[in-house]
Design a protein around this ligand. Structure first.
Ligand code: NAP
Length: 604
């Protein structure tokens, strides 16, 4: 767009410099980037490197039986892309993936994505004020290098699955797989299957394999709550009816206002759920009791399971899952519950911590991900050679979850403290993207080379995070990925507040919290970018009145005609116009062509 070589002071104010943005990952964050950045950043070159062969991130990768989102579908969508056709209250992974593909197609997202490109390394080059990036092209196994002004890390929070540390794991002779690396050829019909783990994944898998399996031996070494009501559902049972009938969907499709009202209702319920996360409140105690009663009731056929899995911390301390059908499946006759850890795996089965042997045909490890935030394998090396790993020792910290000291022009999507503890994560993500866009607009328009958050601002945010969580249930002793899979320690997985709180906090950047490096063009005079007093549209003789199309009309306080209003067209004299006003207007309009021609000859 700006190819002219005129100095800045001789260019229009909006002669935005070219900006190259690289985003890592094409899940929700990357897709949003590919929609919003081209919309708001002119003169943009955008590249998204995605390790998989398709978009979708976690929804492309996770394919275990029962994979679904335990957040209501109507909340788990972009604010600007309502889907009235969700077929279930908790959409399956496949349906979410289809939604993302539809959205990506509509906004031509894939043209920015280089699929099967695995990010390896990034290093900040001070001399060019850009990131140098290395990516492996998985098609050719060759290293691709690239540079960019802005680096966005949208690789997801829970991306790296790992085998648990159980001796003999690979000695097992039958099929075995991790939930996040599902073998789609595996058929569990009439098989004895060990299911290890009762996090969100294991909880979804059990009710889906139990009906056809001969037997499921379910290992749960820790404790967990199963939520009596689903997120966004107001009452117990409301969300168990997971199917949304075609009749209902038709109503949503044909009545956008009814559907929008429904979105408000479900999302409002999600926002309210924050109230149960504050310690020692009545509502929190009530929810604790409701969860306890519900679990006790649903497990009454096998009360020893209730005794074994009932935690002594409040529900929500570790990520809560509604798990429709999970407790019901647990009490089925073909499910054996083992409330201990696993001593070892043999060729034919597993030995539990009590020394009992369980012979099985197949093993499913729903044992979770790497929660360390460790980036050593794919290093990011910032200003002065400081690695992200060093910046994040002893714990990962990010200013407003978005950026870290020594890491200029690097922004995280769902960085440390980036997930809202209550409310829509997608709505928050949209605000994160809008926030980063505002930063990039500043860098572009004002010819700023780089911005880096100050240590002081980072510390202030971290202190705030600690103060906030001290009053919440998240800091009870419970093993949770919010604390990097520890029982104690800093909360790094959650935003200090609700989604709506985050949306408010991220409305506009506090630029005083950043350190800036100017580009050479503005080093003599920081305001050189004010340019020649014109805009590009003026210079190109294009439409200059766009502001009239986007008027922010203030709400009128008084409606109708002002009392005592005079008809000025009948008698202009009384309103201060000369009695000859009409004649004067006529004279001006007669000369309008002459005037226009004269203005056109004024030298630029
Ligand atoms: P997870 O929550 O970390 O659960 C892992 C389970 O495996 C735990 O029960 C853990 O027990 C057990 N485990 C780990 N190592 C073990 C070992 N050596 N021996 C025996 N048991 C072992 O993992 P996840 O279920 O995959 O879920 C991770 C996160 O992904 C969730 O919290 C959620 O945020 C996200 N997720 C979301 C959805 C969704 O619908 N939105 C679905 C799936 C996952 P201990 O806790 O006792 O260690």
């Amino acid at each position: 767009m700006v190819s002219d070589s005129r100095p800045l002071y001789d260019r229009p104010i909006d002669a935005n410099r070219k900006i190259k943005v690289v985003c890592l990952g094409a899940g929700y964050s990357g897709i949003l980037t590919a929609i919003r950045f081209p919309q708001h950043i002119p003169n943009l070159e955008l590249v998204i490197y995605e390790k998989n062969a398709d978009i979708g991130g976690t929804w492309y990768e996770n394919r275990y039986p029962g994979i679904a989102c335990d957040i209501p579908s109507h909340v788990y969508q972009f604010t600007f892309e309502s889907n009235p056709n969700w077929s279930r209250f908790y959409a399956t992974g496949g349906e979410i993936q289809e939604y993302l593909k539809d959205v990506a197609w509509k906004y031509d997202v894939e043209k920015y994505v280089r699929f099967r490109h695995y990010f390896q390394r990034a290093e900040w080059d001070e001399s060019i004020q850009q990131w140098r990036i290395e990516v492996t092209d998985l098609n050719t196994n060759k290293t691709v290098t690239d540079t960019c002004d802005i680096l966005l890390k949208g690789t997801g929070l829970l991306n790296t699955w790992k085998w648990p540390d159980i001796p003999g794991l690979h000695d097992f002779k039958g099929p075995y797989m991790h939930s996040a690396n599902w073998d789609s050829s595996f058929d569990w019909t009439d098989k004895r299957v060990a299911l290890i783990g009762a996090g969100s994944s294991g909880i979804q898998i059990l009710p889906n394999i139990q009906p056809k399996a001969k037997q499921v031996v379910h290992f749960m070494k820790g404790k967990t709550w199963i939520s009596p009501v689903g997120y966004g559902a107001e009452e117990e049972g409301e969300s168990d009816g997971v199917e949304i009938s075609e009749e209902q969907r038709k109503v949503f499709r044909e009545n956008p206002s009814i559907y929008q009202k429904y979105r408000h209702q479900i999302e409002g319920g999600m926002n309210k759920s924050q109230l149960v996360t504050f310690r020692d409140t009545d509502i929190q105690k009530l929810f604790w009791k409701m969860s306890d009663d519900s679990m006790k009731e649903k497990l009454k056929k096998k009360p020893w399971i209730y005794e074994s899995m009932r935690p002594d911390y409040p529900p929500g301390c570790r990520r809560l899952t509604p798990g429709p059908g999970y407790l019901e499946a647990l009490v089925e006759d073909n499910v054996e519950f083992v409330g201990t850890g696993i001593r070892k795996v043999t060729e034919t089965g597993l030995v539990d911590d009590n020394g009992d042997f369980h012979e099985v045909d197949a093993i499913i490890y729903a044992t979770g991900f790497d929660y360390s935030f460790n980036s050593a394998a794919t290093p990011i090396i910032g200003r002065g050679g400081k690695t992200l790993e060093e910046v994040w020792t002893p714990h990962p910290e990010a200013y407003l979850s978005l950026c870290a000291p020594k890491m200029p022009n690097l922004f995280f999507f769902l960085g440390p403290n980036g997930g809202p503890g209550a409310g829509s994560f997608i709505a928050m993500l949209e605000n994160v993207v809008d926030y980063v866009i505002q930063c990039v607009q500043k860098l572009q328009r004002e010819y700023v080379a780089s911005m880096e958050v100050s240590e002081t601002a980072q510390k202030a945010f971290s202190e705030h995070v600690d103060r906030y969580f001290a009053k919440t249930i998240f800091t009870y002793k419970c093993k949770s990925w919010f604390k990097r899979n520890n029982e104690d320690g800093r909360i790094v997985g959650l935003w200090p507040g609700s989604s709506v709180h985050a949306q408010e906090a991220l409305k506009s950047p506090r630029f005083e919290d950043f350190l800036f490096v100017q580009r050479p063009e503005t080093q003599q005079n920081i305001l050189t970018w004010l340019g020649n007093g014109m805009t590009t549209a003026q210079e190109n003789d294009e439409k200059t009145t766009g502001y009239l199309d986007t008027v922010d009309v203030p709400p009128a306080i008084n409606k109708g005609p002002r009392p005592g209003k005079k008809d000025a067209s009948v008698n202009g004299h009384e309103d201060g116009l000369s009695p000859h006003g009409e004649t004067e207007v006529k004279v001006v309009s007669e000369h309008i062509e002459e005037l226009t021609a004269a203005v056109a000859t004024v030298p630029l």
